[in-house]
Design a protein around this ligand. Sequence first.
Ligand SMILES: *Cc1c(COP(=O)(O)O)cnc(C)c1O
Length: 436
Amino acid sequence: MLLRSTRNIKDPVSFEQAIFQGLAPDGGLYHPLKFNSYPELFASMNSRQNFQTIAASFIRQLLCEEVNPDDIQALAEKAFPFSPVLKELEKNLFVLELFHGPSCAFKDYGASFLATMMEYFLKKEKKRAIILTATSGDTGSAVARAFLNKENIEVVILYPSGRVSPLQEKQLTTSGHNIHALEVQGNFDDCQKMVKEAFTSKELQTLPLTSANSINMGRLLPQSFYYAYAYAQLKESLDKQALRFCVPSGNFGNLTAGLYAWKWGLPAHSFIAATNANDVIPQYLLQGKFIPRPSVATASNAMDVGNPSNFERMEALFHSDIQEMRKTVSGYVVNDKLTLDTIQKVQSSWNYMMDPHTAVGFHAIQKYRSESSTLQDKIVLLSTAHPAKFNEIMEQACGEAAPLPARLQEVARKKKESIVIENTFDALRDYLLRSH
Ligand SMILES: *Cc1c(COP(=O)(O)O)cnc(C)c1O
């Protein structure tokens, strides 16, 4: 698969180059150079296939030039020691639970695939890499778990001291081995600034620094796989019904991955993009203007994004034609009050605990259905996180906390190990040169 920058169709790169580069040199995001449709890939899927087999069939189709065919099944199994679970809430309404990985959020899929592929390429070429990343809490924990004990890779995670939740801090600081947590005496912006400076610093050019940002193609690609998994689970019962996906969105990576799957031939009819008050893309779909603005804090904080980077990929995909985008993507905005009401209603009517991000999507589906009389369509709602990660809000919404999954309880019991550093580039540089 060849990839090019969203800002330039010249100088395509391989998948391997794209994942180690992260961002394209011109500041754009990597995006497939062209899209082929693979109807046979989807035609061959069925409900007896597990997620790993479906992932392997994608890798075979898309990365056959870069990955040895004999390695593919093992890579898929290594990257995904967890699977999505599709549950039917009511007739024609399904929840695709993506929180059964180690950090209990869908970001485990992207992080784990990226880590597995980086290790694969590095070992083949006998090289090493240092992953340098800043986190405000949630993404860092998926990265820490995904890269734990990967060979030829060290991971340095910067997080703002005292500004991540206690559980998030444990997730960041208890891995040990090749995962190093730097507790920065400053805020998240300081962390990001320090990391940015490290990537452009001449003094650090001897270090094989690389990033693991959410915009990395290696994180986006595997998110396409679970849309196909849901399709495979449902295809035999689909009849002539339309299949739609509802995606709780912030930076719009998950939605973009669904659009990629659709471009490759996934028989999906449309995508419902659900946001909280940070509604830059729903506003764009409504008014035709993309106007980024500072994010506001909401009850679904992993979606508090004021300038969604993946909009560049969505634009490239629809050739900047908003009419085309509107045919496939519809936007819905759900405020905090409705989000909390939805959590409560889903708990009391379906006896199902839904995290605030998923609840945004659930309410968007209600709105969508009331506007479009499409009760006969099948809709799959992506459930992006386990409710126990947001228990303060769960208690507020339905007076009850969700039981903490065993893997989070275990992390909460472990001892924190961090290296406290000042919020300056010099402090980061000294640490990197001294320890790596
Ligand atoms: C990251 C995240 C989202 C938003 O996903 P995007 O790909 O950024 O749109 C939604 N829910 C949860 C729980 C997340 O962690």
